[in-house]
Design a protein around this ligand. Structure first.
Ligand code: NAP
Length: 332
């Protein structure tokens, strides 16, 4: 079977496509044939060596595919079931803790850039009905992070306002989930062309953050204050995110697209009585709830482009350009 491996020190030019022998499931395990994966910034950091991984680590946290064999003692899955990976295979339910979040697919343990993998039966969930493998592969990292941020942590309700930033996989799924929940969505982007596409996807107001560097003030005036800000730019956006937020609003800190550190205007932060929650993905239980919700609301993630497994490095190079809208996937 084919697999991609990260060499010592990483580097896109050095990613290796290798042939490995197909594993067999043991007691309590399943054999999954992965059919698709999707690219996340975390995968990129492991591939280029910024997040160090063991030499030969198979990257990619997201996978969707078919159960092709079950080991002894497995009764929740059968051959032919369509499943997707869980970002933290040890975080089944409840609050996060150090033990539950020790292992991430593609970092401390092998990920999904491989044709066949043996996993504990609890390390996957079902995929939503009528989803392609590529669509399902967008959910375990980006989709679940959005679900946890807006639904589990912020308690988004119909009629609330939500701010999403940029047009990457997390932001576009946040826009779709917020619209499906009956929220009013404000979005930012660097490009007028992408602004039109955001509007076509249901964004109520779109601001070009390159043309309007004080976009947080503008959005605050337009909206009267945002109930739930999905902050993805980190150092580049937090100041304006705080300006955009309503008194009593939530800021969900998810990403660092614009930098790891930045300044916070503390008087404005406490004057507005904001809640800020930093999150990293979610549990298997939350992923099951996300799948149930999608089976009812029917939202489908936007897959910008699909690459074959062997072209993972090219897929990351495309991600580097920022030309995409939604998710970049691997299909194999
Ligand atoms: N905490 C977690 O669990 C978790 C989970 C998933 C992702 N993340 C993080 O969330 C962030 C987004 O991930 P993603 O997969 O959606 O990334 P992505 O698909 O690579 O998104 C890239 C897009 O973000 C926008 N962008 C870039 N710099 C920006 C800035 N300074 N301000 C506003 N928008 C900017 C651009 O859109 P425009 O061209 O439209 O401006 C760009 O095309 C990353 O930092 C990632 O590491 C965190």
């Amino acid at each position: 079977m084919k697999a991609i491996q990260v060499p010592e020190g990483g580097g896109l030019d050095n990613l290796q496509c290798v042939e490995l022998s197909q594993p067999e499931p043991g007691v309590g395990e399943i054999l999954v044939r992965w059919r698709a994966s999707s690219l996340n910034y975390h995968d990129y950091l492991t591939a280029i060596g910024v997040i160090p991984v063991e030499e030969g680590r198979i990257p990619m946290s997201d996978g969707a595919g078919d159960v092709v064999a079950v080991g002894e003692g497995v009764d929740q899955w059968q051959e032919g079931d369509k499943v997707m990976s869980v970002f933290y295979p040890d975080w089944i339910e409840g609050q996060a803790n150090k033990i539950k979040t020790t292992h991430i697919l593609g970092e401390q343990i092998n990920g999904c850039a491989v044709e066949y993998a043996v996993l504990p039966a609890s390390a996957v969930t079902s995929i939503p009905d009528n989803y392609s493998y590529a669509e399902a592969a967008t959910l375990p990292c980006a989709g679940l992070t959005v679900w946890r941020g807006l639904i589990v942590e912020a308690g988004m309700q119909a009629g609330n306002s939500v701010l999403v930033q940029g047009t990457g996989g997390v932001s576009i799924f946040a826009l779709q989930l917020a619209k499906a929940a009956g929220a009013k969505v404000y979005a930012t982007t660097s490009s007028d062309e992408k602004a039109e596409r955001l509007k076509a996807l249901g964004a109520d107001e779109v601001i070009n953050y390159k043309k309007d560097p004080k976009w947080g003030v503008t959005i605050s005036k337009l909206s009267g204050g945002i109930d739930h800000v999905v902050d993805l730019g980190g150092g580049a956006t937090m100041e304006q995110s705080i300006k955009a937020a309503a008194i009593g609003g939530n800021i969900i800190s998810i990403g660092i697209l614009g930098g790891r550190t930045g300044e916070i205007d503390f008087p404005l932060f406490f004057y507005k009585q904001l809640r800020m929650k930093g999150i990293v993905v979610g549990s298997r239980e939350m992923q099951e709830a996300l799948v149930n919700a999608i089976n009812i609301n029917g939202i489908k993630p936007i897959v910008d482009r699909e690459f074959p497994l062997e072209q993972l490095a090219d897929a990351f190079r495309y991600q580097e350009t920022g030309a995409h809208l939604g998710k970049i996937c691997l299909s194999f």
